[in-house]
Ligand binder design. Structure first.
Ligand code: FE
Length: 176
């Protein structure tokens, strides 16, 4: 039987040319919300980060933040922009009158300082964050108490992946 089909398939319509020399390879993570604990690095009490995409030349990272406690997580000032999409649960900044709910998209402008807080009625929140630059942790008056950026995140992921047996270099899976 002839297996050829007469209708156009998507591959019939594919670009035929070459891709540019030097282009990074694509990155596909089929199960971003994996239940595999080995892929979620602890970043604090009842808080985990699942890396999806790490870029050192532009200084950003894309990750899923999962938190299973309520209350204040931390207060920070942003040196770069942040894009967020809430997948589950909710959170808010007491500096603003809106609540980031399941399905919400949020843009955090560079320069902003806010206090990430999970409401009491939220048992688990999961949010996709694309973070450029640094989160500078600050006290209520803006005095710096520490920071995180793509490089401190990489170190955190490397330590975790080594500990669970994947090897520190597993972090390279996510780097483009
Ligand atoms: Fe923020």
């Amino acid at each position: 039987m002839n297996k050829s089909v007469s209708i156009a398939t998507p591959s019939d319509q594919a670009y035929r040319g070459e891709q540019p020399w030097g282009m990074a390879s694509d990155l596909v993570i089929e199960q971003a919300l994996t239940p595999n604990d080995d892929l979620w690095a602890p970043i604090g009490p009842d808080a985990w980060s699942r890396p999806l995409h790490i870029n050192t030349s532009l200084g950003y990272y894309v990750h899923l933040l999962r938190v299973t406690k309520s209350g204040i997580l931390q207060r920070h000032r942003h040196s770069g922009p942040v894009h967020a999409y809430v997948i589950k649960g909710s959170w808010y900044y007491p500096e603003h009158d809106w609540i980031a709910k399941e399905g919400s998209y949020i843009f955090e402008p560079p320069g902003e300082t806010h206090t990430l807080t999970v409401p009491d009625d939220c048992e688990e929140m999961i949010t996709l964050f694309t973070v450029f630059g640094a989160l500078m942790y600050v006290d209520q008056d803006g005095n710096s108490t520490g920071y995180d950026d793509v490089f401190t995140r990489i170190e955190r992921y490397r330590t975790h992946f080594e500990k669970v047996g994947l090897g520190a270099d597993y972090v390279e899976t996510f780097m483009r």
